[in-house]
Design a protein around this ligand. Structure first.
Ligand code: BEZ
Ligand code: FE2
Length: 403
């Protein structure tokens, strides 16, 4: 048994003061420190002064395979970025060996995250993910707009999916990612989603990320015209967005980005099991704009870093700060609280994992973070947590100290 005591606890919805948490793999009790010590006199005790205990984060959308990128890829605009991914993909993938994956996973855990949605294009990182302390939804991705490659791409997906299913357990789940409406042929998406439905997988899909994607899908114009002509010898988009979205009617879906989604698309995805993944730093760096959070709010939404292919960090505190600043019409204190709740409790719910709350019976996935010594108004703690935290002091996953 371990007892952790700090000045405050964020459940995350409520602020508890003068309480401590007792846990082994799960949280066993929340009570005053003296009561807990009386009940568990042999417990390991860790006490903090100006600190707060909160649940660890879930980061539902990362691309670990691209973790070798620092400044190889071009930021600023979507198509130059995509061109740079195509030009440097092999080099980046080769550089991201096992050590690189371990380093990325370590950085994720150290910065207070205990669950991720890993979007996997090739599956080389699968074993390292399955062995890590993280809870992982392992989204095996399909891509391929050319009808001639549908069978080969489906076969590659099935091989990776079957391999990930063999590794599956309570903390590592085999799931499905459909790259996007512009890059996955309708038949390939349909066949893959049939597998997802049968195997009851979560499905992740990039949707309405860029203005360029919008122009291409709506009218076959814009910068994608030259791109598709050059790389794929295609002159027309392969999917009509609403018809593509209808394929997701019977699966549980994570729609990633949604910056350029239209009202009728929002309405359609609201009619099935959908959540929204918001990546403000990635959207900023690739010149894609800002998600209309008002449109996302009727659905469960969470924040994600995306990969190091479109971010400088996998630390959720950076993403929380970015979210706070890219949505200036939201009152800062109330919005900070909303963001912390969505990055912990709601993000875990979206991934179907049980952590994300400090409550009896929940997995002991928690972080301890310093708070400013001069904090006067307790209700401002969420805002100051976001503004001042680089990294937590301590991280526990299922009761095991990670940092
Ligand atoms: C494709 O594989 O068809 C594809 C990949 C990236 C962007 C667009 C299309
Ligand atoms: Fe992504």
């Amino acid at each position: 048994m371990t007892i952790v005591h700090a000045k405050h606890i964020l459940s995350p919805d409520t602020i508890l003061s003068d309480q401590a948490v007792a846990f082994d793999e799960k949280i066993v009790a929340i009570d005053s420190f003296d009561n807990l010590l009386g009940r568990y006199p042999d417990a390991k005790v860790i006490r903090f002064e100006d600190a707060v205990i909160l649940p660890t984060f879930a980061n539902p959308h990362v691309h670990l395979e691209f973790s070798a990128n620092t400044a190889t890829l071009s930021y600023g605009d979507f198509i130059p970025w995509l061109n740079s991914v195509i030009a440097h993909r092999e080099e980046l993938l080769t550089k991201c060996d096992e050590e690189c994956i371990h380093k990325a996973i370590h950085a994720i855990i150290e910065s207070g995250t205990s669950a991720i949605g890993q979007i996997s294009s090739y599956g080389e990182e699968m074993e390292a993910c399955a062995k890590s302390p993280l809870y992982i939804r392992f989204f095996n991705e399909v891509i391929g707009s050319n009808p001639a490659v549908v069978d080969a791409m489906y076969a590659s997906f099935m091989e990776r999916f079957a391999r990930s299913q063999k590794l599956a357990n309570d903390r590592f789940k085999a799931d499905v990612a459909i790259h996007s409406p512009y890059s996955v042929h309708y038949i390939l998406a349909k066949k893959t989603l049939e597998v997802a439905k049968k195997e009851e997988c979560l499905v992740s899909v990039h949707f309405a990320e860029s203005r360029t994607e919008r122009e291409w899908l709506d009218s076959g114009t814009g910068e994608f015209l030259g791109f598709f002509k050059k790389f794929l010898n295609q002159t027309k988009p392969i999917n009509e967005p609403l018809r593509f979205l209808q394929l997701f009617e019977e699966t549980k879906n994570l729609f990633v980005h949604m910056v350029w989604a239209k009202d009728e698309e929002w309405e359609l995805i609201k009619s099935f099991q959908s959540s929204i993944i918001h990546c403000p730093i990635s959207n900023r760096l690739l010149g894609n704009g800002v998600l209309d959070l008002q449109k996302a709010r009727p659905l469960p939404y969470a924040l994600a870093t995306d990969g190091l292919s479109s971010n400088y960090s996998l630390n959720m505190y950076e993403e929380l700060r970015a979210a706070l600043f890219v949505h200036p019409r939201n009152e800062a204190k109330a919005f900070a609280k909303e963001l912390v709740i969505h990055a912990t409790k709601i993000a875990h719910q979206i991934l179907g994992f049980d952590a994300g709350e400090i409550a009896v019976g929940k997995p002991a996935c928690l972080q301890v973070v310093d708070i400013p010594k001069d904090l006067k108004k307790l209700e401002e703690i969420y805002l100051h947590l976001i503004l001042h935290t680089q990294s937590p002091q301590k991280v526990f996953i299922d009761g095991t100290e990670q940092k």
